[in-house]
Design a binder for this molecule. Structure first.
Ligand code: ATP
Length: 325
C-alpha cells in the first residue's frame, strides 16, 4: 500500500516515551504520548509548566541531548520512521520537513550578521543556490512575514523583539517545510504584537498550506489559533479534541480547570478559579490517576487505578474514571 496517501496523517506519534537519566534515577517526562497531525492542521499542545510539552516536541526532531533519552514509541513523518534515521538522514530531514521555532529564538540571531545574511545562510546550508538567489528568496520571505525587504541589511539589534521573532519565523519557512513546530513562539512579546504575529502565521498557513504543532501554556491563545488541542498533564495526554469541542464540551476535570483559569475564555464577569495545588514531582508520581490529588471530582478508585482512554465521537478522547461511572 502507498504509505504517502493524503488520507494518512502528516505526522503520526505513537506511545512516545522520553526519560531524563538523572543521577537520582530516571524521570519520565513524556509517558506514552500518541497523536496525529493532519495536513494544514494546527495542533495545539497545552499543559502547565513541566508537563512535558517541550520535551515531546523536541523528541519529534530528535533535538534532545543527554540526559534526555527517547526510550520508546514511534514517530512517522509521511510514513518515514524518524526515530530510526541515521545522522545523515536526520540532517536532510530537519528544516526541510519539520522546522522548529523556539521561544527565545529571536535572541539566538547572530548579532554580527545582517538579517539578509542570516536568512541566506540558512537557505544555502540546505540548498545549492548562489548567494544572489538566496538573498532574493530572503527578501520574499521577509515580505511574507510583513517586514520590508530594506531590512535585509539591518542587524538584529536594529529590530524590535516582534520583528526579530518574525525573522526567525521567516527562517523556519525558508525551506517550505510541511510542518512547523512552534514552542511558545510569542510568549516573550507583548499581547498586541503576539496577536499580530499569530494572525499573520494563520494567513501564511492558509496560503502556503503547512501544518503547525503549536505549544503554549496559554489555552486562550490556542483556542483562537488551533484546529485541535491536546492537553498534557505530568507527561501523559489527558484529553484531545477539536478546539471548538474542547471549549464547549471539555470532558476532563483538568481541562475544565485550565479553561476556568484562563480569563479571556470564560469572560471578564466569570469567576476565575485556578487549579488548586501544583503538578506532581515526576520522581514521585501519585498512584492511579496522576491528577487525582488536585481533582475536584476524584473518586476512591482514582487513587489506585489508572484510567482508560474513552472516546466521544471520532475526534475526541479523554482519560478519566468519571466517564465510566
Ligand atoms: N535536563 C533535565 N533533567 C532532568 N529532568 C528534566 C530536564 N529537563 C526537563 N526535565 C523534566 O521534564 C519535565 C518536562 O519538562 P518540559 O520542559 O518538557 O515541560 P514543559 O511542559 O515544556 O514546561 P514549560 O512550559 O515550563 O516549558 C519537567 O517537569 C522536568 O521534571
Amino acid at each position: 500500500m502507498d504509505n504517502k496517501t493524503s488520507a494518512q496523517p502528516l505526522l503520526s506519534v505513537r506511545d512516545l516515551r522520553v526519560e531524563y537519566m538523572t543521577p537520582g534515577g530516571s524521570v519520565c517526562a513524556v509517558d506514552g504520548v500518541s497523536f496525529d497531525i493532519g495536513r494544514g492542521e494546527v495542533l495545539g499542545l497545552a499543559g502547565e509548566s513541566g508537563s512535558g510539552k517541550s520535551t515531546a516536541a523536541q523528541a519529534l526532531l530528535r533535538l534532545l541531548r543527554p540526559p534526555a533519552v527517547i526510550t520508546g514509541g514511534q514517530v512517522l513523518f509521511e510514513g518515514e520512521d524518524v526515530l530510526s534515521m541515521n545522522d545523515a538522514q536526520l540532517r536532510a530531514f530537519r528544516w526541510r520537513k519539520i522546522s522548529f521555532v523556539f521561544q527565545s529564538a529571536m535572541n539566538a540571531l547572530n548579532p554580527v550578521l545582517t538579517i539578509g545574511e542570516q536568512i541566506a545562510d540558512a537557505i544555502q546550508a540546505h540548498r545549492p543556490v548562489k548567494k544572489a538567489e538566496a538573498f532574493d528568496r530572503a527578501a520574499s520571505l521577509l515580505k511574507l512575514v510583513g517586514i520590508d525587504s530594506s531590512r535585509l541589511s539591518s542587524f538584529p539589534h536594529q529590530l524590535s523583539g516582534g520583528m526579530r521573532q518574525r525573522v526567525v519565523i521567516a527562517i523556519a519557512l525558508a525551506l517550505d517545510p510541511p510542518l512547523m513546530i512552534m514552542d511558545e513562539p510569542t510568549t516573550a512579546l507583548d499581547v498586541v504584537v503576539q496577536k499580530e504575529i499569530l494572525q499573520q502565521i494563520t494567513e501564511l498557513k492558509n496560503k502556503i498550506g503547512f501544518s503547525i504543532l503549536f505549544i503554549t501554556h496559554d489555552l486562550s491563545l490556542l483556542m483562537e489559533f488551533s484546529t485541535r488541542i491536546a492537553i498534557l498533564y505530568a507527561g501523559r495526554l489527558v484529553e484531545v479534541a477539536s478546539a471548538k469541542e474542547l471549549f464547549h464540551s471539555p470532558k476532563h476535570p483538568y481541562t475544565r480547570g485550565l479553561l476556568n483559569s484562563a480569563p479571556s475564555l470564560r469572560g471578564p464577569r466569570g469567576k476565575l478559579v485556578g487549579i488548586p495545588g501544583s503538578p506532581p514531582d515526576l520522581r514521585a508520581l501519585p498512584p492511579g490517576c496522576r491528577f487525582h490529588p488536585r481533582c475536584p471530582e476524584a473518586m476512591a478508585h482514582c487513587r489506585s487505578d489508572v484510567p482508560d482512554v474513552r472516546t466521544f465521537g471520532p475526534d475526541h478522547l479523554s482519560v478519566c474514571h468519571l466517564h465510566s461511572r
